[in-house]
Write a new protein. Sequence first.
Length: 572
Amino acid sequence: MLREMSIRNLAVIEEVNVSFHHGFHVLTGETGAGKSIIIDALSLIVGGRGSADMVRYGCDKAEMEAMFDLNRNHPVWRVLERLGVHASPEEMLVVRRELSSHGKSSSRVNGQLVTMTMLREIGECLVNIHGQHEHQSLLKTEQHMEWLDMFAGDLLIERKQSYRQVYQQLMKAKADLRELEETTRHNVQMLDLYRFQIEEITNANLKPGEDEHLTEEKRKLQYAGKRMDSVSEAYNLLHGGKGLDALSKAITKLIDIQAYDQSRVAPLLEQLQSAFYQAEDAAFQLRDYRDGIESDPEQLAMIDDRLDLIHSLKRKYGESIPDILAYLEKTSLERDKIENRDEYLEKLRQEQQVLYERAVELATELSQLRAHASKRLSESIESELKQLQMNNTIFCVHMERIGGNNTQNTLGLVQLNSNGMDEAVFMLSTNPGEPLKPLSKIASGGEMSRIMLALKSIFAEIDQIPVLIFDEVDTGVSGRAAQAIAEKMSQLSSRCQIFSITHLPQVACMADHHYEISKQIVGQRTCTSVAMLNLNTRIEELARMLGGVEVTEKTRHHAQEMLDLASRQKGA
């Protein structure tokens, strides 16, 4: 659930800090008070689009922060782990968004910077905002299929993943076949080039790591004289000079006095003796190293030629020897395809046919699962709509093959896309005797609100989104329908946290927590504030919603009566 939210310098809001609770929340207030800005802030927190003009005039940036309290099994923890965001189910999840007056934006989750793409993915697990403008999602048939598949459950999702793997392989096989068929003349023209490149790389007989080894050998040969001079001088200083002789004399001197101060002299003597043996050994190694140094101009020239060849191949075929060898493998395959075109074509056709048949088999299984799920979903939505005063409504998830049941393609009778062989369309009949029609052609705004609320009620437990926000979805309804929407939101709040911006007292009185959004003029600036109402102030707000400008004892009494009825309704 959403525990707390703070907003600073967003539009007309200077600073707002508000705590929330379990259950059903409503936000009310006069038109223009800033109710939607609260929702805009939460939308920004979970990755919504922001702009510089949303920052309060005269301020450098707007800041929004929300704290969520989630159970340890919530899907967001797996998303955070996959994205590399450090967060523990044992602690609160804090999401912060800043929006500068220059249009730049930054986001943090538990103090860790995240990209907008990451924030949106995280936000999709936390908050679902539904408003009048989002009715359009009900009109998109691709969204209908997603809802149906989600409702069908884990078995269909698992089968769908298997299908998509095969479908992707099928699409690749089709693309490869089409490319081979359409570019034959071009490939023939390329054959000579491929042969030349393969011969050039093959004749070079490259070995991984060869260039590094040659570069090291070149360095040694280039500086053979300098190495000889330095090593010879070092050897002479140790062996031919006074290095070892001086150490030997120092050891003799300490042996002479060892008997007079055993405790102090013995450790020093041991160190000098060890240094003598190490220096003597180093001198012998220097001598051997000196004797092994050779100056070979011919070998150096051969190495230079070999490195020039490798560098030339790198310029043409890759930045490293492994890249060049990978290019050789790829080009050899392309050459084989051209030289053995007919065999490759037949192989690809057979592969495509096998993949197609497997894809159709999996798509058929998806269709069967969807047919069963579509019936259950239709029944569930009709049941929810009856509770929302749409008693005579018939709802149907219409399933059809892509392109129509009789459409053929080059491979067979079944057309496929990434979802399978099906198209799903939500159909509705709101009056007895009327035929089923797509939602876009029949549903009014008020009906759309109730259909969306019915869907949210069904999917609340499936998608596990803890916070649902309804931004004036009760627009266009009144009377018993408004009461039914309020009761449905109240019921839904037992499964997730519900927020509703509303102008209807029937909805407001059913809430568990009522917040009033108001604006005042402070120092010639408009400021919006949020206040959680107690019983007395709530009665006043409901009376205002009932009576408009003038609040009377009669409207107050009516408001109190509505609250009493709502309390009994929720307790029933």
